[in-house]
Design a protein around this ligand. Structure first.
Ligand code: ATP
Ligand code: MG
Length: 300
């Protein structure tokens, strides 16, 4: 079953399409990385799923049911833009107000549960305004987790976090899916971080979904290349280009694409008078996949 299934969704603002015939499929249990340039329509799509905006047309199904169905709406938690907390109230009180709003029973227990998930059990009495950015983002997630949702929608939750903040956020998101069986849709520009946790990706451009792929598929399809350094880079590049179809210089390395055998390259270069100083096998990562996809679509 899919947690989210969107077909031909469109939303325009003053005649301009922010979301344009978009399709999206998010399987249950996925951490779905939603990627796209600024203004490509990520937040608008997320707001449509959450019912904060009304679509012009299209279908949104959550867990196989229409997204307007009250029974399914209560299974969705979201953090879009900011958490909407009161700065002078404590973390606990902010969560309590939201728990009351949601009409939750066992409120104390539920607040303790979400604080534990976001690793903030010891920070409940701190005023929201005194929390660091990383803590504020985690409080936002805790708010979204109240009521035990089956789907969590997070808009750029790792923006502005430091290395440690990102690591904690990664651990929390993996916990949410693996321990609590929640599906997570997360938009982000930080592809290197997303790559560490996402199980699926959706790439949006000018309101259209241009590619949906699982991390496994991407791994299987990823182009391999060998990167190397020699003393005479230009001479080695010329020699390699006579034998291999795709040789490029990037970040101070020569890259030979679609080749896996380092020995044959070393041998070939040696025959042509070039000693290899450094050589390693690589695979194209999410960032390069994304850049390649974008440049293809732009016809570069
Ligand atoms: N309420 C609104 N009124 C008018 N235009 C809007 C509104 N919300 C979004 N837009 C426009 O819709 C387009 C998509 O915006 P959206 O915020 O969904 O992009 P995004 O992918 O989330 O971008 P970012 O990465 O900057 O957050 C943009 O051109 C934006 O200006
Ligand atoms: Mg946005």
């Amino acid at each position: 079953m899919n947690a989210i299934e969107i077909r031909n969704l469109s939303k325009s603002f003053r005649g301009m399409y922010a979301v344009d015939n978009l399709n999206m499929t998010v399987p249950v249990g996925a951490i779905y990385g939603f990627i796209g340039e600024n203004g490509s329509g990520k937040s608008t799509t997320e707001k449509l799923i959450c019912g904060h905006l009304v679509p012009d047309k299209g279908k949104i199904k959550l867990f196989g049911r229409d997204y307007k169905d009250a029974g399914v709406r209560v299974r969705v938690g979201a953090l879009i833009e900011n958490a909407g907390c009161f700065p002078n109230s404590s973390v606990w009180d902010n969560l309590m107000m939201q728990a009351i709003n949601l009409g939750l029973k066992n409120r104390d227990e539920e607040i303790r549960r979400v604080l534990e998930i976001v690793r903030m059990e010891d920070s409940a009495q701190i005023k929201f305004k005194s929390c660091s950015l990383g803590m504020k983002q985690r409080i936002g997630i805790a708010m979204a987790l109240l009521g035990d949702p089956a789907l969590l929608i997070l808009d750029e939750p790792i923006n502005g976090l430091d290395t440690d903040g990102m690591r904690i956020m990664r651990e929390i998101l993996v916990d949410i899916t693996q321990k609590y069986g929640c599906t997570v849709l997360i938009s982000s520009h930080i592809l290197g971080e997303l790559e560490k946790i996402a199980t699926h990706y959706g790439i949006i451009r000018q309101g259209k979904m241009i590619c949906e792929i699982s991390a496994q598929e991407m791994e299987n399809r990823a182009r391999v290349f060998v990167s190397l350094k020699t003393k005479d880079m230009q001479g080695a590049k010329d020699a390699l280009q006579r034998k291999f179809a795709n040789v490029r210089e990037e970040d101070g390395y020569l890259r030979v694409y679609d080749v896996n055998n380092t020995e044959s390259i070393v041998e070939y270069l040696l025959k042509n008078g070039h000693v290899v100083n450094e050589i390693k096998k690589n695979k194209i990562g999410l960032e390069e996949y994304y850049i390649e996809l974008m440049s293809k679509k732009e016809g570069k």
